[in-house]
Design a protein around this ligand. Sequence first.
Ligand SMILES: C[S@@+](CC[C@H](N)C(=O)[O-])C[C@H]1O[C@@H](n2cnc3c(N)ncnc32)[C@H](O)[C@@H]1O
Length: 319
Amino acid sequence: MRVKQAAYGLATMAPVLGPLLVRLRRGVRGGEGGGSNSARYCYSVWLRHLVHADKSGLNTRPATVVEMGPGDSLGMGLAALLSGSERYYALDLVEFANPTKNLQIFDELVGLFRRREPIPDNDEFPKVRPPVETYDFPAQILDEARLSTALAEDRLKLIRESILNMGGRDSMISYKTPWSDAGVMEAGSVDVVCSQAVMEHVDDLSTAYGAMKLWLKPGGYVSHEIDFKSHGLAIGWNGHWAYRDATWKLICGRRPYLLNREPLSTHVGLLEKRGFEIRSLVRAKAEPAVPRERPSPRFRGVSEDDLTTPSAFIQASTG
Ligand SMILES: C[S@@+](CC[C@H](N)C(=O)[O-])C[C@H]1O[C@@H](n2cnc3c(N)ncnc32)[C@H](O)[C@@H]1O
């Protein structure tokens, strides 16, 4: 596994083959157990974040939503718009989504909201997190009055036009790729910054969390599901922690992103350092596949919590 992955990383550095390989397989795509090319996945993920926001006493009527790393479609943001949000900004490193796919996902999402479909659960998406207590449609949050306004025909037309005219003056949607610095968003303009299976890929976490703090309004919050697992790059969920830094660098090669290999405590620590207050922390638990003695020197000191946390959902507010 180590040799195979290092060989691939090395190949991405070759003069002609490298850029071609990177174009063909740009990093690691698709949230675990689904991926944003499925409307039901996007619907499930958005509603799970919303239900947890409600439970944590956070704003469940966010006017302006930023999503980091939407991947194959902007479905999570389209679900936010169909729940009544007014503006959606998608910030990715790589442009994966396109209008045709987004329109298809949008039409399917409209049907799901109109039918008040239950949240697709663990039978359908066994690996998607965070879990919620009940998978019934969250009618206490998305009540009839809210949804009849959000799903009004003229509003659906506006969202549809926004998909076709992303970034236009009257568009409700902006898709910014690649985003590189905090200046892409106006300070103090955002209600929630969310992501699914993305923050484990972000290279400069400190800058990213700093940018989120800057963008959020007072009382705004972040909502991130983070997958610390090895994404098939090693054997066992924390097998990638066994690679020494030099090997890891080879594996990364010139791919635009891979994994930052940071455990839960790094994310929590950086959020707190930026002045966020942790409002919800839902950890998955598993025995480490690679025990404490085996990880490369960089990971030998990880805490018991980190060593038994393959993924976590974090919501944190600006205080
Ligand atoms: C595993 S995919 C997840 C996609 C989607 N959220 C889903 O649930 O299917 C990871 C995504 O993170 C994006 N990504 C990687 N580094 C990023 C960064 N620094 N800022 C924003 N997005 C990033 C990738 O381009 C990709 O779209």
